[in-house]
Design a protein around this ligand. Structure first.
Ligand code: ARG
Ligand code: ZN
Length: 477
């Protein structure tokens, strides 16, 4: 039985449509109890990642980090809409201590098993209801080791700082959430750090203030991401960075944070960010976000570069090609995001192909030459051409440890080039721009892409899919 008090629906003389709808729900809903939300989204590779039963609209993360102890104190305010009646629901969180959870302003019971934080609100939530969850937590955030052996989560860096990154699953080490790319949301991330440290996150810097009132001398940085973001693309970086800013010709503000030792070595590639964003806008359509930039950490601080939204993180001074790759992800991966971790080639194939296009447009080898180099294993044209790009088809990595494998990148790029060979440049670039525009800030699968490509070009591309996208054998042309 549902013991919720009924809403005072008859307070108004003439009930609105909304009130009438609420009345219908209340009458039928009275007998329907909320049920537990699913503890995972059944991703083929990470079945427990994300949670069912609700859709997050906004994360408000208020974080304080102490570099000397490595302690993080956080308050996460998560605004979500219930997709079903909910008696309980889950967030993903690994490590850290949860101090309290409130739902709709009332204390909620919670328990933890593995990465699942299960929350039981005092009252069931109704389908369609928007609700607020507040999680207070603290502790030393963990380093998460991926199935492929790379380290992410919360990484402490030389010089006392730290950086949070998480592709695929590290973000649950520093904030509770619906940690699957299928649930994107807007973010406000506020970072409090001791005096002398900079704190950088995604989106735009709304304010930076020194705390004088409490004598701490701490600095508080407030960052805002208005466009939807998958949680693996969230970042928080604390360090003694050098900051530089610029603006693209379309007026997008660029904010770069670089560890002091790499300032000179990074200057060339970072200086070209406005040009690269402008170039990408020409090739792929309007830049999908209202900010851009970079975070450069020491070499070896991280195992990989990551296209964290608006502001990629680089381990060491990046090359221009790497900046092109990570910025191309802003269109492909960040705006047009995968529905599942198996669809990674839609991220990496496009970002790799963007590098080929950049090269073609800037006097380097053409995409056709790169494609041939990969076919022939010619490492003079592309040093990566000897990697095992044929080990598995790009659309079906054999397991979670392979989602960032060479075939996902290089065979992924080759699929796109094969389409271009079939349909010609005009139809191909219309397809690429149409894909970015029609799925802007959305989620897509491989099947969505193949259907879209055929519909947009009016061509049967079955042979390309069969041989290049799904074929287990090394294709012969
Ligand atoms: N998406 C990143 C890039 O292409 C690489 C992330 C690799 N993640 C991993 N767990 N290996 O720049
Ligand atoms: Zn990539």
């Amino acid at each position: 039985m549902d013991h919720r008090p009924h809403r005072p629906l008859f307070r108004f003389a003439a009930p609105s449509v909304a009130a009438l709808l609420a009345l219908t729900t209340a009458c039928t809903g009275g007998t329907v109890q909320g049920r537990p939300g699913a503890s995972g989204l059944r991703d083929p590779f990470f079945p427990k990642a994300g949670n069912g039963g609700y859709d997050v609209r906004h994360y408000d993360l208020d974080l304080a980090y102490r570099p000397d102890s490595g302690e993080l104190h956080g308050t996460a305010v998560i605004t979500a809409r219930a997709l079903q009646g909910l008696s309980s629901f889950n967030l993903d969180l690994t490590g850290l201590d949860v101090e309290s959870v409130d739902v709709q302003g009332e204390g909620a019971r919670f328990n933890r098993t593995g990465q699942e934080l299960t929350i039981r609100p005092a009252e069931d939530l109704e389908k369609g209801q928007e609700f607020r969850t507040v999680v207070r937590y603290s502790g030393k955030p963990k380093v998460v080791t991926d199935p492929d052996g790379s380290e992410e989560g919360w990484i402490r860096t030389e010089g006392g700082g730290a950086v949070g990154v998480g592709e695929p699953t590290g973000s649950m080490a520093w904030f509770p959430g619906n940690h699957h790319p299928a649930d994107k949301a807007a973010y406000d991330i506020s970072l409090r750090v001791p005096k002398g440290y900079e704190a950088v996150s995604n989106g735009q810097l709304v304010s930076r203030a020194e705390q004088h009132g409490d004598q701490s001398g701490d600095s508080v940085f407030r960052w805002r991401s208005v466009e939807p973001m998958a949680s693996y693309l969230a970042t928080a970086a604390v360090g003694k960075y050098r900051i530089s800013t610029a603006t693209t010709s379309a007026g997008i503000p660029v904010y770069n944070a670089v560890v002091p030792e790499l300032e000179a070595k990074s200057a060339e590639a970072l200086g070209r960010i406005p040009e690269i964003v402008d170039w990408g806008s020409g090739r792929f359509g309007p830049y999908p976000f209202s900010a851009a930039g970079a975070i450069v950490e020491d070499e070896g601080a991280l195992g990989y570069a990551l296209e964290t939204q608006t502001r990629p993180v680089y381990p060491g001074a990046p090359t221009v090609d790497l900046v092109v790759h990570e910025l191309a992800h802003q269109w492909f991966g960040n705006s047009v995001s995968p529905k599942s971790w198996r669809d990674m080639w839609l991220n990496e194939g496009f970002a790799t192909y963007a590098e080929w296009l950049w090269s073609e447009d800037h006097g380097g080898p053409t995409a056709e030459e790169r494609f041939t180099a990969f076919e022939e294993g010619d490492t003079e044209v592309d040093p990566a051409a000897d990697s095992e790009w044929w080990a598995f088809p790009p659309a079906s990595p054999p397991g979670p440890e392979h989602i960032s494998g060479a075939p996902v990148y290089y065979r992924g790029a080759m699929v796109l080039h094969r389409i271009r060979q079939e349909v010609g440049d005009k139809a191909f670039f219309d397809l690429v721009r149409g894909w970015a525009a029609d799925h802007r800030h959305g989620n897509v699968s491989t099947a969505d892409f193949t259907a879209y490509a055929e519909q947009k070009t009016g061509r049967d591309l079955d042979e390309v899919w069969k041989t290049w996208l799904h074929g287990k054998e090394r294709p012969s042309t």
